[in-house]
Design a protein around this ligand. Structure first.
Ligand code: ZN
Length: 338
């Protein structure tokens, strides 16, 4: 889009902070990214340094986006870990302690001169899918992001669910196993969904089966390379490895049970699965089996109306959903005039 077309119309800056990278994009009023990119988080340099690098990078995107700094009406900022949304500060940030306990919203507002919408990264991603992604036709959405960990986001009629203590939407930490030998979650508590269905947890579950003596082509991969990934599990399942396939199906079943619990609390129009761990997604047979297993499990365990009408599908925005959603949440808070 040329600068002439964009002249005067409001745009939003979306920022998606992660442990490794910070994704930054300028997004127009209809949810299209005009320009975007990423910078290294380098958390040990601290949050103040991070904010100045974010703003310098955002300003470098302006020519490509064809907009002026004045046209940026507001900024949306999503961060991982725990936070206090009302006070606008981070609490504990996993793997990026350099940003712990920082008054990020007021600092970013002071440095940028723009109003800032601050939210959990899981809710930012969910808002992206809700606004212009797979969930755009629905009034409410749950998003589960499967990656190294399990992120969660809940949007109900334009509102991200922050909760009273900014710990709402933590879909990865619902309790799905109350047995004495339940797996322990990275958060320290036992039996949480993340301890079973994150990429890290799936690799661990498969490794335990290999160590217990199950035969699998992944055993050779483990012996040769010393490790394997969730992508390897999908590849080996595609190539006919029975254990890899069984574990992907089991992961779908566990996730399906968790999703039913969430559905019975919220009754969303759609449940969207995002993140890097999708076993190939719709482009692979095993990815489609994974999704169908989740859908089957949900249908078996839920009410007839929900079995019939609740959509469960993969996300569509990919790794852009976080900054697009952060920009969208800023637009909801500060931009929409109608
Ligand atoms: Zn947990």
């Amino acid at each position: 889009m040329s600068s002439v077309e964009n002249e005067g119309s409001p745009v939003y800056l979306g920022i998606d902070v992660g442990g490794t990278n910070i994704k930054i994009g300028i997004v127009d009023d209809a949810g299209h990214p005009l320009a975007h990119g990423k910078i290294a988080t380098d958390h040990q340099r601290g949050a103040e340094d991070g904010v100045s690098r974010i703003l310098a990078f955002a300003k470098s995107l302006l020519p490509q986006a064809g907009v002026t700094w004045e046209q940026i009406r507001a900024i949306g900022l999503g961060t991982p870990g725990t936070m206090n949304v009302k006070e606008g500060r981070t609490l504990h940030m996993p793997n990026m302690s350099g940003w712990d306990f920082f008054p990020i919203r007021s600092h970013l507002e002071a440095e940028s001169g723009k109003p800032v919408m601050f939210l959990n990264d899981g809710n930012a991603a969910a808002f992206g899918e809700y606004w212009v992604g797979r969930g755009r036709e629905y009034d409410s959405l749950i998003m589960i992001t499967l990656g190294t960990g399990v992120g969660g986001g809940i949007i109900i009629q334009d509102e991200p669910v922050h909760g009273d203590h900014s710990h709402g939407s933590e879909c990865g930490h619902i309790v799905i196993d109350t047995s004495p030998d339940a797996r322990v979650c990275p958060c320290g508590q036992a039996g949480h969904l993340e301890a079973y269905v994150s990429a890290t947890s799936v690799v661990l579950r498969v490794t335990e089966r290999l160590e217990a003596g199950d035969s699998s082509s992944l055993k050779m991969k483990l012996d040769e390379a010393g490790e394997f990934s969730a992508v390897d599990i999908a590849t080996h399942a595609e190539q006919g490895d029975a254990l890899a396939r069984e574990m992907i199906i089991e992961t779908g079943e566990i996730l399906g049970r968790g999703i039913v619990s969430m559905m019975h609390m919220i009754d969303p129009g759609i449940v969207v699965l995002g993140g890097g761990m999708n076993f190939g997604g719709m482009n692979s047979a095993i990815g489609r089996i994974f999704l169908e297993t989740i859908r089957y499990m949900v249908r078996e365990l839920t009410f007839p109306v929900l079995a019939e009408d609740t959509i469960i599908d993969f996300a569509t925005l990919g790794s852009s959903c976080g900054f697009i959603g952060a920009a969208g949440a800023a637009r909801k808070q500060f931009g929409k005039t109608s």
